[in-house]
Design a protein around this ligand. Structure first.
Ligand code: BGC
Length: 255
């Protein structure tokens, strides 16, 4: 086990990629705070699976889109597990809309959760580590759309592009505190965020044609990479994005 004795806070771990990361980190020995905004049942399910593995776990409700709640979340997480070593900024939302129809309200809600949340969670977490004199890991679940345009998802792309530069900047600023900062950029993963895709063969078929490895990713494909980035095997990695997309991002061919 590579994470024995470590504690992780995984935002949005009531479902999807966050849930898989929470479980994988626990499998590797970590104690885990399971965070959710609205899906208490999902969070309790993640938590009980972690406890069945014999690890420490706590469920903490917080809307990471609100800065005061992010700060409380870090404080309560550190108290619940008696220390924190790993922050996974996973919680995220997306909404399809043509650029000309994006409302200020939707734009703001998305940026709050996808970018402002990770920013201030990272700030509180780094402050906690600095005060405690311990090293740590920040892992952001970004997207291939931190690089790749995604028409009709402009605010989502803005948030993920921002997350990329946040990661690069913090990697440098926090290196002297022994904190590494990296992104994982998933491609199309089978999770609730793209339920619409999975249930519509007309949308799914062209997407699959774009994925050289020929399949949609599973949450566990991402979770294993997150556990690696949190482990000592990744000691010398900071400021990097690891793309987990079956080859989708750089796929180009002419028929
Ligand atoms: C989005 C999915 C999309 C995938 C590939 C992800 O970031 O959340 O909706 O299918 O990127 O485009």
């Amino acid at each position: 086990m590579t994470l024995s004795g470590k504690n992780a806070l995984v935002t949005g771990s009531d479902q999807g990629i966050g849930q898989a990361i929470a479980l994988e980190m626990a499998r590797e020995g970590a104690g885990v705070v399971v965070n959710y905004r609205a899906n208490r049942e999902g969070a309790e399910e993640t938590c009980s699976q972690i406890r069945q593995m014999g690890r420490k776990a706590a469920v903490i409700q917080a809307d990471v889109g609100q800065v005061a709640e992010s700060k409380r979340l870090v404080r309560e997480s550190a108290a619940a597990l008696n220390g924190l070593d790993i922050l996974v900024n996973n919680a995220g939302i997306e909404k399809r809309a043509p650029f000309l129809e994006v409302t200020e309200e939707d734009y703001q809600a998305l940026l709050d959760v996808n970018l402002t949340g990770p920013f201030f969670l990272s700030q509180s977490f780094a402050q906690f580590l600095k005060d405690a004199g311990r090293p740590g890991r920040i892992i952001n679940i970004s997207s291939v759309h931190e690089e790749l345009p995604f028409p009709h998802f402009a605010p989502y792309c803005v948030s993920k592009g921002g997350l990329k530069m946040m990661m690069r900047d913090l990697a440098i600023e926090l290196a002297s505190c022994g904190i590494t900062v990296n992104n994982i950029a998933p491609g199309a993963i089978e999770t609730p965020i793209n339920r619409h895709l999975m249930s519509d063969p007309k949308l799914l078929a062209p997407l699959l044609k774009n994925i050289p490895l020929g399949r949609i990713g599973q949450p566990e494909d991402v979770a294993r990479v997150a556990a690696f980035l949190a482990s000592s095997g990744a000691d010398y990695i900071t400021g990097a994005t690891i793309v987990v997309d079956g080859g989708l991002l750089w796929n180009y061919s002419e028929q």
